[in-house]
Ligand binder design. Structure first.
Ligand code: ADP
Ligand code: MG
Length: 142
């Protein structure tokens, strides 16, 4: 296995539910170390840019509205196999399908308000981390 970095976002519903600490603690327990963290209230343009791959999906407008309704916590997570590991800890997109104990099974209220984002590939992880962090805002721990 290789040390990777991936992007995580605690979405507005996670921030509203006051589970920032629980989610970060879980990542640390699972070997996903935060190496960059900031809180940001996305503008419409920033949310549209981040989710540009979903522009043609029917839920795009609602997704942007949801992601801009309050602040989010964006994190670069580092660890062995971090991209896949983060997806495993998050659980399926729809919390009804998410394995017991995953973050989405624990905290998400629906397929849209599903509490966490995680990059889906190493290539997208690098693009997404750069979207939110400059090089000097990320502190690799190796
Ligand atoms: P994931 O976040 O698991 O990678 P996707 O990349 O497919 O899932 O979708 C991005 C986000 O768009 C989801 O996390 C969720 O917030 C929202 N979303 C996905 N599918 C739907 C849907 N059918 N209806 C409403 N929102 C959706
Ligand atoms: Mg995705």
């Amino acid at each position: 296995m290789a040390i990777e970095q991936t992007l995580s976002i605690i979405k507005p519903d996670g921030v509203e539910k006051n589970v920032i600490g629980k989610i970060i603690a879980r990542f640390e327990e699972e070997g996903l170390t935060p190496v960059g963290i900031r809180m940001v209230h996305l503008s419409q343009q920033e949310a549209e840019g981040f989710y540009a791959v979903h522009r043609e999906r029917p839920f795009f407008g609602e997704l942007v509205e949801f992601m801009t309704r309050g602040p989010v916590v964006v994190m670069a997570l580092e660890g062995d196999n971090a991209v896949a590991k983060n997806r495993e800890v998050m659980g399926a997109t729809n919390p009804d399908d998410a394995d017991e104990g995953t973050l989405r099974a624990l905290y998400a209220s629906g397929i849209e308000e599903n509490t966490v984002h995680g990059s889906d590939s190493l290539e997208n992880a690098a693009i997404e981390i750069k979207y939110f962090f400059s090089d000097i805002q990320v502190f690799p721990r190796g």
